[in-house]
Design a protein around this ligand. Structure first.
Ligand code: HEM
Length: 124
């Protein structure tokens, strides 16, 4: 899977589009067609985020297994929080806590990603 892990571009593309799809889905009216379609597209992007993330992980984790492990967990957690917001919206339950958890896990995931050695290194 060399084409997936030679650079972080595909991974970045996947999570940027994923987050945009999530924000669109979350702000569409419940039961609207737009919400249904953006949620379907979002789920395809979850898969892309995970495939490209795992490919990078397998290839580069040896340099710092602990930090790569934490990045992995927070990446999955960020996706989990997006799903929690959407699921609770659908059930008309409060979502504030899960919005906060989404933002916090997103910031931690991005910080770790940019700190780790491959691709961009804003926090090296
Ligand atoms: C919404 C979820 C995610 C976000 C926002 C995110 C964000 C990022 C960012 C900002 C980078 C740095 C790119 C660069 O430096 O050029 C990165 C790299 C990486 N991500 Fe993710 N990611 C997410 C999900 C995942 C998942 C689920 C995994 C693992 C299954 C993963 C594994 C990795 C790995 C291994 C790297 C390379 C780290 C490095 O050495 O620089 N990511 N990610």
């Amino acid at each position: 899977m060399d084409f997936l892990s030679n650079s972080t571009h595909l991974h970045i593309f996947s999570w940027v589009v994923g987050i945009i799809m999530f924000l669109i889905a979350a702000t569409q009216p419940l039961d609207s067609k737009g919400r249904k379609i953006t949620k379907m597209v979002l789920r395809v992007f979850y898969i892309l985020i995970i495939i490209t993330g795992v490919a990078l992980f397998i290839r580069y984790m040896d340099s710092n297994a602990a930090l790569y492990g934490v990045k992995f967990v927070f990446g999955i957690l960020t996706i989990g929080m997006m799903e929690m917001v959407l699921a609770r919206q659908s059930k008309s339950k409060p979502t504030q806590l899960f919005w906060i958890l989404f933002v916090v896990s997103l910031l931690i995931t991005m910080f770790l990603g940019f700190k780790l050695p491959i691709g961009l290194n804003f926090f090296a």
